[in-house]
Design a protein. Structure first.
Length: 266
């Protein structure tokens, strides 16, 4: 375990060095959040009762989505891992005396956590914005207490799905097509495009049981109070279930894939 903690720490420190990039992303996140909120405000003006969440809950959802986008979005994968799979330098990874799955898992968590920490100022600033743009606090302390483990589990589920994406890349020449498919599907089904409560009921009832709903969807809706009480606790339990299932599936499929690795080149 000390090995993987050290890997996490090294990747976290390395990612924290990209401060200029992060600062530009902060401005972009503020702009995107404002545009999303203005768009939702236009729809809510017509008939607020037609929407499954209140406008303030939707505003909170947007801020959580934009702040924790890197933490819960599959599109932000580790470029070094993808390059190693494409160029054949995966051979060096296999020679290292540590489990490849958990090494990559720790690296992925570290990079996502580092960039998210540097985006926290966006969330802090949102509490002081005027009018419709202001972020509200969770309805009560219980919601906040459930939000924290839900966010941690959502990170675990996201990284576990990312690991399955890496396993799929073992069997392709280029990683780009796999990444586009995985990113597009997970972004839509996790609530990254529109919140899951906005889906038709028949589709939403199915999607909410899938692992994608345990990513961005669950912590965001727990924070804004759309999922509360026993439903929130059940949602956190479902996240833990999917994390265990995806990790086991990832380890089994990676073990099978590593038995047939072919490195191109000398």
């Amino acid at each position: 375990m000390r090995t993987y903690i050290a890997i996490f720490r090294m990747r976290f420190i390395a990612a924290m060095q990209y401060r200029v990039v992060v600062f530009s992303n902060l401005l972009m996140n503020l702009a995107w959040s404002a545009m999303f909120i203005l768009a939702y405000a236009a729809f809510y003006r017509s008939d607020p009762s037609a929407f499954p969440m209140t406008f303030q809950q939707t505003v909170s959802y947007v801020w959580i989505q934009q702040t924790f986008m890197i933490l819960f979005a599959l599109v932000y994968a580790d470029g070094d891992i993808e390059t190693s799979l494409e160029t054949g330098s995966i051979a060096y990874e296999l020679a290292r005396p540590a489990d490849l799955y958990w090494r990559w898992f720790a690296r992925a968590c570290a990079v996502r956590a580092a960039f998210t920490v540097m985006r926290i100022p966006v969330l802090a600033a949102a509490f002081f914005l005027p009018g419709i743009f202001r972020l509200s606090a969770p309805p009560d302390l219980l919601q906040l207490a459930l939000f924290i483990p839900s966010a941690i589990l959502a990170l675990g589920v996201t990284v576990a799905l990312t690991m399955l994406m890496y396993v799929t890349m073992f069997h392709t020449i280029s990683y780009r097509g796999v990444r586009v498919i995985f990113s597009g599907v997970t972004a839509f089904l996790s609530g990254g495009v529109i919140p899951l409560p906005f889906f038709p009921a028949a589709i939403r009832n199915v999607v909410e049981l899938l692992p994608f709903a345990s990513m961005l969807n669950m912590p965001s809706r727990i924070y804004n109070g759309d999922i509360a009480g026993w439903n929130a606790a059940s949602g956190v339990a479902l996240q833990a279930f999917w994390l265990v299932v995806l990790v086991l599936l990832g380890r089994v499929t990676m073990g099978l894939s590593l038995k047939k690795v072919v490195v191109q080149g000398g």
